[in-house]
Design a protein around this ligand. Sequence first.
Ligand code: 5AD
Ligand code: SF4
Length: 435
Amino acid sequence: MTPKTFKIKNFGCQMNVYDGERMAELLGAQGMAPVAESEDSDLIVLNTCHIREKAAEKAYSDVGRLRRKDGSKPLIALAGCVAQAEGAEARRRSPMIDIVVGPQAYHRLPEMVAEASCGSTSVDTDMPAISKFDSLPARRHAAPSAFLTIQEGCDKFCTYCVVPYTRGAEISRPWGDILSEANALVDGGAREIVLLGQNVNAWQNDGRGLAELIRALAKIDGLARIRYTTSHPADMTDALVAAHGEIEKLMPYLHLPVQSGSSRVLKAMNRSHTVETYLATIERMRAARPDIAISGDFIVGFPGETEEDFEATLRIVDAVRYASAYSFKYSARPGTPAAVMEDQISRDIMDDRLQRLQANINEHQLAFNRSKVGVNTQVLIERKGKHEGQMIGRSPWLQSVHVETDSKPGDIVDVTLVAAGPNSMTGAVRQKVAA
Ligand code: 5AD
Ligand code: SF4
């Protein structure tokens, strides 16, 4: 039977959200309709993430749960990084899976769905260049803040990370393709574009780098804000740093993972930066854009991490004064060099370190939010809040801001930030800015 409805379940990073949107557009272009509940869907796409935890096991148990109450099952597509890592093995481990589609092959999804609905199964985890983007339908509708993938893959080979294996080598989308997709997103309602890439600041095309791309995007009428994520410290060029001081539409926010505050651990992680070079980059950023909000990622319990190393991580949090940060317990990923290193750290020690690190990060986040109380700024309204008349949007520093207003998603409102919580701000409207 040809499937008529679909449901995409996204896990993991923003790039999966982007891929999920594009798969939805592809299936929509085939006349299929999205549904809210898995139970009602003819096709379910599990868009998986492989970066931490027992990702594959979780995906297989998710698949198992898709059997319907009457014993039948929908068509099941395993997509994303678990699909890439498992390949044909996925079908052997779970015969309920009909389609295995890696992140570089999802433009073939409609074809694979057609084959699967005739009873044959298909697996495509090839990693060609960035050709998939050429086969996707044009974009029509966009959220006020829209994602745009400009770069994929990673050549950095941090010793704990699966990304270079699941997403392949670094590739950059061409300049012209990005500009036309950005224009389509703005025509479709986007006011903000978030440029995505595993190493977004490694983007380059025809000798041009991310700073030049951002300059060109900033000329698009109707586009009010530009962000990019995730950056590697090694690729923070002078031109990109300078762009933060010069391009008004480029928001004062930078996600720059450091992972550890110990240069010894950073070396074992193959991070290619030290504590000193990282802090020097933060200083350059603050010189260019003094109000910049810095965010980061941390791993606790990397093999061989001592209490002293960990305390150095607490110190770098104090030195940078992060506006927000994500922290994770080290998770051994099969096939990565760190998985076979000696001195794996026990769960208990990891739990304790994660708790202490998060307490420290939370303090800095609250301090950052409090430092913005009384500040006049603008909020891009994104969605309705819990209460009648309440809307939620983002400040330039990516804080979530609650505002009482009759504005709609996509409006940009002038507010005074009047109160700070650990995870959000309250804004009071000053006046609506003409769109
Ligand atoms: N274990 C724990 N955290 C990891 N990350 C990447 N690989 C691992 C791993 N094996 C974290 C890093 C990265 C973020 C996206 O996920 O902090 O920046
Ligand atoms: Fe993974 Fe390191 Fe590449 Fe980031 S830079 S994707 S952590 S290998």
